[in-house]
Write a protein that binds this ligand. Structure first.
Ligand SMILES: CC(C)(COP(=O)(O)OP(=O)(O)OC[C@H]1O[C@@H](n2cnc3c(N)ncnc32)[C@H](O)[C@@H]1OP(=O)(O)O)[C@@H](O)C(=O)NCCC(=O)NCCS
Length: 164
């Protein structure tokens, strides 16, 4: 029997989300994006589409609606007819609960609605967790960028998905 998915509230990233996003970013990458980089994305309205996944956190008081906690995010660009996935991270306490899968699905659905035909991304050659996630959506390795990453220096795999 399939496990029920964690109930997430997935919506557009706003500047109010940035403190949480930056905290997740810092623990997810050796070269994390800076606040300026995320702010740049939020300002790039023509092409940038950024989603955050939130979950209710423990109630803060009686009778109040629950606060929402950022569990993960995905940053993309819609360029012509191609979705570029530029960033995806899930808070360590929420990993392996389907948050990454739901975020990727939401970004791909959003792209399809906007008439996009394909999606592309780069991933560290050693990042098997992310590669498995992408493969489960049909992404396939389309090329290698040698020594693309630093800290540590490493190749990037280019992964691509053509929408049918
Ligand atoms: C990669 C990442 C976004 C995955 O997010 P997640 O919410 O933990 O992933 P999900 O729970 O949705 O997993 C979906 C599928 O991806 C694969 N997967 C995810 N994490 C995995 C792991 N640690 N090992 C092996 N496979 C993994 C599995 O196929 C999984 O399906 P399953 O749980 O049914 O086996 C998360 O590990 C992360 O934030 N890593 C650090 C940042 C990063 O590497 N980002 C990607 C940059 S390209």
């Amino acid at each position: 029997m399939e496990e029920e998915e964690l109930k997430l509230n997935i919506g557009a990233m706003g500047s109010e989300d940035l403190p949480h996003v930056l905290a997740i970013e810092a623990t997810s990458f050796s070269l994390p994006w800076t606040r300026e980089m995320f702010e740049g994305e939020l300002g790039l309205r023509a092409i940038s589409r950024n989603l955050v996944a939130k979950v209710p956190c423990s109630p803060s008081g009686k009778g109040t609606s629950p606060e929402l906690e950022v569990a993960g995010y995905i940053c993309t660009w819609l360029l012509e007819q191609e979705l570029h996935i530029n960033n995806l991270a899930v808070a360590s306490g929420f990993r392996r609960k389907g948050v990454g899968r739901q975020l990727l699905r939401a970004a791909l659905e959003m792209a399809r609605r906007e008439g996009v035909r394909s999606a592309v991304l780069e991933v560290r050659a050693s990042n098997l967790a992310a590669q498995r996630l992408y493969q489960s959506f049909g992404f396939r390795v389309a090329g290698v960028r040698r020594n693309y990453y630093s800290r540590p220096r490493e190749d990037a795999l280019i992964m691509r998905l053509d929408f049918s």
